[in-house]
Unconditional design. Structure first.
Length: 596
């Protein structure tokens, strides 16, 4: 019925818009109408033939239902060039529909400046690489050395021998792929989905379960960051007797992240919207850098998940992750320092336990108060056009911090395990870690049980969500309290499973899995994961925004994933070569110079 209504409205518009279409009495009307209808959409979310319509010197508008925030319920219409937006909307008065013309981007002064910077960076990379290939003497120049592609390639392909953390490389890369996999679905909403009715049933398939399971991939990255922050700080404090160069540590962290972050943000803001046009192409800007005009500065001081009004903004949609990561890094080292300085370690563990409990209570209170649903697509998670599930729960550091703290706890355990191997563990008064590490090391069945239980917990907390995603049209599939309780435990439960699974591998009790996960192929892939993560967002949005019509089905979903992963990896490697490595090389050169 809706399809017929849209087509009928199209003819009403064409027939009644003054001075833009032949009258009903004209013999030209049926032939002209048929020609225009061929170039227009034929059902909801069908956007027709945009480019062909413009080539025939006609106007292309999108008809949309008033008050709808979703990408559903719209239609592309091709009409005579004489028809203005005002005259068409006047004809639609009272119908509940309106039309608008797709926006087109133009190159701004800021865009020209950034494009110049981009070209300069690429030329610096090419020239430095050529000069280095001619003679190694040229790399005495710090600029040439920083931008040399030969040095960047060696950095990418260098493999650390006997890397005790090698299994994390595979974990990081697979988590990166999982992020892309989940976003392949989320970014579908940037396009025009013509079988929107399949949105609910899709979650009953295994590939749908993996897509919303992808929300845990970010928690894996947070916990890994917590793990390495803790472990290397402990190693450093052991050498320096507890001293930490706080200012240098935070400055180094900031300079490692921001230059590449700013470079990719500039690509998304200035260049990406100019690459094409079309009915949904404007989503490329709104979907990636929607709020950047007003709030770009919040991304570079990592408060974009709170500004404005404590809600956060949509300047670079995945920027919330980097905000959380930096906010955790402001707190994490102090917790590690507290553990190192405290004689009775059990007191620190009690403190950590209190943090986990309080964070769980806070998560329960927030999600229960707002009646949020674990099914992120539930309409109840939207209020007044704002996705409160995302803004008040998903991107907030006090919701995410427990998994970061789990990474710190796992690093403390691994550090103690190394002390156990050298029989210096008694230097650390930590009976809790002594019991845990000795049990895993000296009782094979416990390490095997930990490995198996870890897999079970990870699978359990993914699959259990199928109850609400599979019953897409039933908002009460879980009660309000059940949703809040699951919110409180499922991220912590998944990461607990992750470390129960990976710890036996880390301490050498699972050599077969360690050999697979530590394969040298994963090290360079893990190195490009940061650049790939930054750039994948814009690539996926642009890909979907360039499609006039798309379908939600398993075969199309898989096609997108397997087609886009190589592109993301290639572009991520390119960014790694021209932005991440050069800025790191320059940073190292400056610090070495100041140290001398």
């Amino acid at each position: 019925m809706f399809r017929e209504t849209l087509i009928f409205l199209t003819f009403i518009v064409l027939a009644s818009s003054e001075n833009c279409f032949p009258s009903l009495d004209s013999e030209e009307f049926p032939e002209e109408a048929l020609s225009l209808l061929k170039l227009s959409g034929k059902g909801y979310n069908e956007l027709g033939k945009y480019s062909e319509c413009l080539r025939q010197n006609r106007k292309y508008y999108i008809m949309k239902k008033l008050g709808t925030a979703t990408s559903a319920i719209r239609l592309g219409i091709c009409i005579p060039n004489e028809c203005s937006v005002e005259s068409v909307n006047l004809s639609l008065g009272g119908s509940g529909f309106f039309v608008y013309e797709p926006e087109r981007e133009s190159l701004t002064i800021g865009g020209i400046l950034f494009l110049s910077l981009f070209i300069f960076t690429v030329l610096a990379f090419i020239v430095s690489t050529v000069l280095h290939s001619i003679s190694a003497k040229y790399i005495k120049n710090p600029i040439i050395k920083a931008f040399s592609g030969i040095i960047a390639y060696k950095s990418l392909t260098s493999i650390r021998e006997n890397n005790k953390f090698g299994c994390f490389n595979m974990l990081k890369f697979l988590s990166f792929l999982w992020v892309i996999y989940g976003h392949c679905y989320v970014m579908k909403l940037s396009s025009s989905i013509i079988n929107f009715e399949r949105l609910g049933p899709m979650f009953q398939n295994w590939w749908g379960i993996l897509s919303y399971g992808g929300f845990f991939a970010v928690d894996i990255f947070f916990s890994i960051t917590g793990f390495f922050t803790c472990y290397f700080l402990l190693v450093q404090m052991e050498k320096t007797k507890g001293k930490i160069p706080w200012k240098l540590m935070y400055l180094n962290r900031y300079l490692r992240i921001v230059p590449t972050y700013a470079f990719v943000l500039g690509i998304n803001y200035f260049l990406l919207p100019l690459l094409s046009n079309g009915p949904t192409w404007s989503n490329t800007r709104s979907g990636t850098v929607g709020d950047c005009d007003a709030y770009w500065w919040t991304n570079f001081i990592f408060i974009n998940n709170f500004i404005p009004n404590g809600i956060g903004n949509n300047c670079f949609g995945i920027g919330w992750y980097l905000a959380n990561d930096m906010q955790f890094f402001l707190i994490g080292p102090f917790l590690v320092y507290l553990y190192f300085k405290t004689q009775k370690k059990i007191r620190v563990w009690i403190f950590f336990l209190l943090i986990w409990i309080l964070e769980g209570i806070l998560t329960f209170a927030i999600t229960f108060h707002y009646n949020l649903k674990v099914n992120n697509m539930d309409s109840n998670n939207w209020r007044d056009g704002i996705n409160i599930w995302f803004q008040l729960y998903y991107i907030k550091p006090y919701i995410r911090f427990p998994v970061y703290l789990q990474g710190i706890a796992a690093a403390l355990m691994f550090y103690y395990n190394e002390k156990l191997k050298t029989n210096t563990h008694r230097e650390i008064d930590d009976p809790l870690l002594e019991i845990a590490t000795k049990s895993l090391n000296f009782k094979k069945w416990i390490s095997n049980l930990s490995f198996a239980m870890g897999i079970f917990l990870m699978v359990f907390f993914i699959v259990i969500q199928q109850q609400v995603y599979g019953n897409y049209n039933d908002p009460e599939a879980w009660s309000r309290g059940t949703n809040a309780f699951v919110f409180s435990i499922y991220r912590v439960g998944f990461i607990l499973g992750l470390y129960m699974f990976i710890f036996p591998i880390l301490i050498g009790k699972m050599p077969f899995f360690d050999k697979i996960m530590s394969h040298k192929i994963f090290e360079p892939l893990a190195k490009i994961s940061y650049c790939g993560f930054l750039i994948h967002f814009g690539i996926l949005v642009a890909y979907n925004s360039s499609q006039n019509n798309t379908l939600i089905e398993g075969i199309f979903f898989m096609k997108d994933f397997f087609s886009l992963v190589p592109i993301v990896c290639l572009v991520g490697t390119f960014i790694y070569f021209i932005a991440e490595i050069p800025t790191q090389n320059l940073q190292n050169a400056i610090f070495r110079s100041k140290k001398k």
